[in-house]
Write a protein that binds this ligand. Sequence first.
Ligand SMILES: Cc1cc2nc3c(=O)[nH]c(=O)nc-3n(C[C@H](O)[C@H](O)[C@H](O)COP(=O)(O)OP(=O)(O)OC[C@H]3O[C@@H](n4cnc5c(N)ncnc54)[C@H](O)[C@@H]3O)c2cc1C
Ligand code: SF4
Length: 336
Amino acid sequence: MRPFELRRAASVDDAVLLGAASPTAQQGATVRYLAGGTTLLDLMKLDIEHPAHVVQIAHLGLDRIDGAPDGGLSIGATVRNSDLAHDERVRKGYTVLSEALLSGASGQLRNMATTAGNLLQRTRCVYFRDPHMVCNKRAPGSGCDAMEGYHRNLALLGTSEHCIATNPSDMNVALVVLDARVHVTGLHGKREIAIANFHLLPRDTPHIETALVAGDLVTHVTLPPLPDGTRSGYLKLRDRASYEFALASCAIVLRVADGKVEQIRIGLGGVATRPWRAVAAEHLLAGQPLTLANVEAAAAAALAGAQPRPGNAFKVELARRCIVQAIRNVAGEDLQ
Ligand SMILES: Cc1cc2nc3c(=O)[nH]c(=O)nc-3n(C[C@H](O)[C@H](O)[C@H](O)COP(=O)(O)OP(=O)(O)OC[C@H]3O[C@@H](n4cnc5c(N)ncnc54)[C@H](O)[C@@H]3O)c2cc1C
Ligand code: SF4
């Protein structure tokens, strides 16, 4: 690990000022905020991230989960994943988020990992994490060794000719179906970013992963309330039962009335370059009877744009089945 200076921010505004000394908030940032450290320190040891300054933020009082005025929830940036997953309001009102968090990593990691850290965790593409490999995300314009390499954990959806790495977070998949909003304090004040606009597609700039600019500190995430009668759940398919990233995962928010789908939101993980909303599938099901045939047609539509490579072609069928089973799990007897 290269030498770095550890700084303790005196306040949120101080953290922002310290962070703004970096030319970018993306790959190559010279200042990084330290939350749980479970991603950042790994990447520093691997020499993938080499900030000159690391800024402590855990003591800034951003560790509260509060009810929001609109009946939703406000989740502080440094709330631990374990605390969030076990919060009664989350378990009952936002089951999909609780299940997604509990499917991730291990108990020890969840006790360290935070909301903002999980939101901003980097890809697990093995070529990104190996400085001896060529990677456009690490070094813009250098090439991508993954294209002709090992694809098993790489993406089918939202890819570009420059990068096919997945966003590895389980929590993020739940946040996209909950229409979360990310609240940021930056050099020019406070702003909020819809989760759908927070993570960027790789296009020809895969090193620019989020809408953040230098100095931006995520302070909290808000979740709008879900209408009465809404159910939700998360299904994750992986090589082993614990301590493993998703090969395919699916987050569902569902409301059924008189046998018809009043509302459905479908999120996919493990198969896309950013937490993925399967919008075409949602449109196919909205207002329709919740039958297995309709669900299977929607799942097929969700994967219609998939661009598989030899090593991950199996994930097209895996993700399709994951959607069908996730909806079955949440719908229960409402599935006709
Ligand atoms: C062995 C292993 C297995 C794992 N398995 C899974 C899994 O199955 N599913 C899954 O989803 N995750 C998994 N993870 C990833 C884990 O969830 C993340 O490492 C964790 O959520 C990151 O949170 P953190 O608080 O430790 O972030 P840190 O490592 O502290 O920070 C991560 C990044 O976020 C930035 N950051 C942190 N807070 C802020 C803020 N408030 N504002 C702006 N920037 C900020 C940091 O500067 C850094 O760039 C695994 C990790 C390991 C090591
Ligand atoms: S897929 Fe993306 S992260 Fe992986 S090597 Fe290629 S450019 Fe880098």
